[in-house]
Design a protein around this ligand. Structure first.
Ligand code: SDX
Length: 428
């Protein structure tokens, strides 16, 4: 017998179905609430509202569990292969070798940008924000690939996904090179995904950038850990835009804009600025914690807290371990890592953070690892976007393939003036 919820409003009693997910999470189905009761629910940041059913990513925020298509995130850390995880997120299972080979070939075939797109970089002002360039250029891809404005079938989706996932690297690297006034490096079809990105970012004429296995693994891991995260702000944005049957390029471009926010994907930049402020002096870790707790101060402890995790973000744990491993392998140290550890130690022993269940999230250590790889701070959120792109595509596809999917159109509680009349200018 399906469980029911009972809602009593005044002298009216309503029964509502209760849905249960495969991991036991339960939701009251209110899809008929307004028709049956005339009532709305109110949940402005949607923190209590499931906006869809999804089979892609499972998070248990209390236990700090994250799984992609059922596989615990920790299991991808030992032999990180971002392209394999990207295909799995999109198509729902681990690829067989021939499928992985085909997708890798598609990525290689689609790594170049149309020269027209390349020319557009020439007219960008120096210092143009890389996330602005990324969002604009992803949307612009629709002009050069009109056949993907209407995607029908898996093959067409796979082709469009390959174009986006491959070209996003080239766009990112070109925006970085343009910002520095350096010549563009064209992608090298002989290189694997992450090595090719680093080549495009860092090779200089007559001096090819050679990636070490440790750095290539570290970047694969960073991209994998950002792959998907159920209905976060940017993914929800991709779904909302896609619900209007907008094309995949437009939906991903919109998601980039949401990710840019400092409360979301932009937090990894804020974490780095925070650590650098402390390293430069004038602000101690203790001052930082004090500022973060001060309600009169808009400053937050960036990289801490999460809407879903009320425990340590499993990604932060993996990234912290990866920082130790990479620095040992590279025989380097970074004082910012020591500062981050000190901040974590202070926060996790402070009642303010303990009572609010605020723990390190994915952004707390990701920037330190990216910095160790040589990625500049203003490219951190772009790297988050490169990692998250397969997740946006997977979620867009899941919605696109759902025959019951409808345009996303929330309601509101109106608090404006009751009916009034227009006043001519002389009476105002
Ligand atoms: C990402 O959703 C996802 O899955 C996102 C993401 C993904 O993979 O897509 O995981 C990636 O965006 C990670 C989060 C990155 N953002 C930051 O690190 C910015 C700092 N964190 C906070 O701004 C905050 O924790 C959020 C935005 C992440 C979550 O905000 P919520 O869920 O709306 O929580 P809240 O703002 O209601 O905070 C609850 C309380 C408040 O205090 P009280 O009103 O109870 O006194 O905790 C406090 C907040 O002031 N608080 C913090 C804090 N985070 C929450 N106080 C100081 N420093 C912080 N970082």
């Amino acid at each position: 017998m399906a469980e029911k919820a009972v809602l009593t409003v005044g002298d009216q009693r309503y029964e509502l179905p209760v849905l249960e997910g495969t991991e036991g999470e339960r939701a009251i189905d209110i899809t008929r609430l307004r028709d049956d009761t005339g009532l709305l629910t109110y949940d402005p940041a949607l923190g209590n509202t499931a906006v869809c059913k999804s089979a892609i990513t499972f998070i248990d925020g209390d236990k700090g569990i994250l799984r992609y298509r059922g596989i615990p995130i920790e299991q991808f850390a030992s032999r990180p292969n971002f392209v394999e995880v990207a295909w799995m997120l999109i198509f729902g299972r681990l690829p067989r070798q021939e499928e992985l080979n085909r997708f890798s070939d598609l990525l290689t075939c689609n790594e170049l940008l149309h020269e027209g797109v390349g020319y557009q970089f020439q007219h960008l002002p120096p210092g143009a924000p890389p996330m602005a360039i990324l969002s604009a250029t992803l949307s612009n891809l629709a002009c050069y690939h009109p056949t993907f404005l209407a995607i029908e079938g898996e093959e067409s989706l796979e082709e469009a996904a390959a174009r986006l996932i491959s070209k996003v690297r080239t766009i990112a690297a070109f925006s970085y090179r343009r910002a520095l006034g350096l010549p563009f490096n064209y992608p090298d079809p002989r290189l694997r995904y992450c090595a090719n990105f680093l080549h495009m970012m860092f090779s200089i004429p007559y001096q090819q950038y050679i990636v070490t296995p440790e750095v290539e693994d570290a970047l694969n891991l960073v991209f994998i850990l950002h792959g998907d995260h159920e209905q976060n702000c940017s993914t929800s944005t991709a779904r909302v835009v896609g619900s209007a049957k907008a094309n995949l390029f437009a939906s991903c471009a919109a998601a980039v804009c949401a990710l840019w926010g400092p409360l979301h994907g932009g937090a990894n930049v804020e974490v780095m600025e925070m650590l650098k402020r402390i390293h430069k002096g004038g602000l101690s870790p203790e001052d930082c914690i004090r500022e973060a707790k001060d309600k009169t101060n808009p400053f937050r402890l960036y990289g801490f807290g999460h809407r879903v995790y009320r425990n340590y973000d499993p990604r932060a744990k993996i990234l912290h371990e990866a920082c130790d491993r990479v620095f040992t392998q590279l025989k380097r140290k970074d004082p910012l890592l020591d500062i981050a550890r000190k901040l974590e130690e202070l926060a996790l022993s402070d009642p303010y953070f303990i009572d609010r269940k605020l723990y390190p999230n994915v952004d707390f250590y990701s920037g330190i690892l990216l910095r160790a790889i040589g990625i500049p701070t203003d490219m951190f959120t772009v790297c988050f976007a490169i990692g998250r792109l397969p997740g946006w595509i997977a979620q867009w596809k899941e919605q696109h393939d759902d025959p019951t999917s409808k345009i996303c159109r929330p309601r509101q509680v109106y608090t404006g003036p009751n009916e009034t009349d227009y006043l001519p200018m002389e009476k105002r």
